[in-house]
Design a protein around this ligand. Structure first.
Ligand SMILES: O=c1[nH]c(=O)c2[nH]c(=O)[nH]c2[nH]1
Length: 303
């Protein structure tokens, strides 16, 4: 029998179980100026599930319903940074159930702003702007935590300061070279921390601000160049981040031909196409820092 041939036995491979997308809103009423935390939490446990799968013996199957309830129960004491909330859940499950060896806790956080009234910012009325979503994927393997945080749907546009030319031409190339185009994208980025001992809220605000600043101030010859500038600036500013991955659609804006209507169009009227879109993805990393596949193994959609 060759090494690649099976001996016929069918066995259980990697597995995890939990409750996905637990929607949780917490209101902090400690003062009349309320605070709102709006989350989407997914919990997945790993370890000790052979009997559950092979025999339907559920004696080690911490119910997904229990996992959901634990999320709500833990929120009673406060949430804090989503990374810390996820780590508290991870510590609880691994320490309270001896057969659980690890797991994965993913949290998305939606941002609410206070409504501005004639009297100023309202104490308990909020508006959901079309803002980005903050994310984290925390995994635990034995005693080790892996924290990959990020953001999605950070939609940005530059109305000038973007060029694209010098690309190869063949018989299928029709794209016209341009030295002044709209550059627009919806940034998704995820970055891997090398420590859990960090002010996650402060670093999130910093990483977001750096990405916006670089998008705005980089005179772009390609979205790829803008992406790299954004990642490089993040790594230069935050030593606790080992690498950052981006997935950035190039949201094309095509100049409309107004000539049939006897009108010129000096870069003012565009068709905003929603598809197809260019899709620019890359990892920006520190040379020599070892990869950590366990941190990224279950994070889809990034190269
Ligand atoms: O910034 C860009 N990068 C590309 O790779 C590309 N390809 C394309 O058609 N337009 C653009 N723009």
């Amino acid at each position: 029998m060759s090494e690649t041939q099976s001996n016929g036995a069918i066995v259980l491979g990697d597995n995890q179980w939990g409750k996905a997308e637990v929607r949780l809103v917490r209101i902090d009423r400690a003062t009349p100026r309320h605070e709102i935390t709006d989350l989407n939490v997914s919990s997945q446990l790993r370890g000790g599930q052979e009997a559950t799968h092979l025999e339907g013996d559920n004696s080690r199957c911490v119910a997904t319903d229990t996992q959901k309830n634990t999320i709500y129960g833990f929120a009673r004491a406060g949430v804090g940074a989503i990374e810390e909330f996820a780590m508290r859940l991870g510590t609880h499950f691994v320490e309270d159930f001896q057969w659980i060896t690890g797991g994965r806790w993913e949290v998305e956080q939606y941002t609410w702003n206070r409504i501005s009234t004639a009297q100023g910012e309202h104490d308990h009325a909020f508006v959901r702007d079309n803002q980005e979503t903050r994310t984290t994927v925390v995994q635990r393997d034995g005693d080790e935590f892996f924290v990959v945080s990020g953001l999605t749907d950070l939609v940005v546009l530059k109305s000038t300061g973007s060029e694209f030319h010098g690309f190869p031409r063949d018989r299928f190339t029709t794209l016209v070279e341009t030295d002044d185009r709209i550059l627009a994208t919806s940034v998704s980025s995820r970055w891997r921390y090398t420590t859990t001992d960090i002010d996650f809220d402060a670093v999130y605000a910093k990483v977001r601000a750096i990405q916006l600043e670089q998008f705005a101030t980089t005179h772009s010859l390609a979205l790829q160049q803008t992406l790299f500038a954004m990642g490089k600036a993040v790594l230069e500013a935050v030593p606790e981040i080992a690498e950052i991955k981006f997935s950035m659609p190039n949201k094309h804006h095509f100049l409309v031909d107004l000539e049939p209507f006897g009108l010129d169009n000096p870069n003012e009227v565009f068709f905003a196409a929603d598809r197809p879109y260019g899709l620019i993805e890359a990892t920006v990393q520190r040379e020599g820092v070892p990869a950590e596949p366990r941190a990224w193994a279950t994070v889809a959609g990034f190269c």
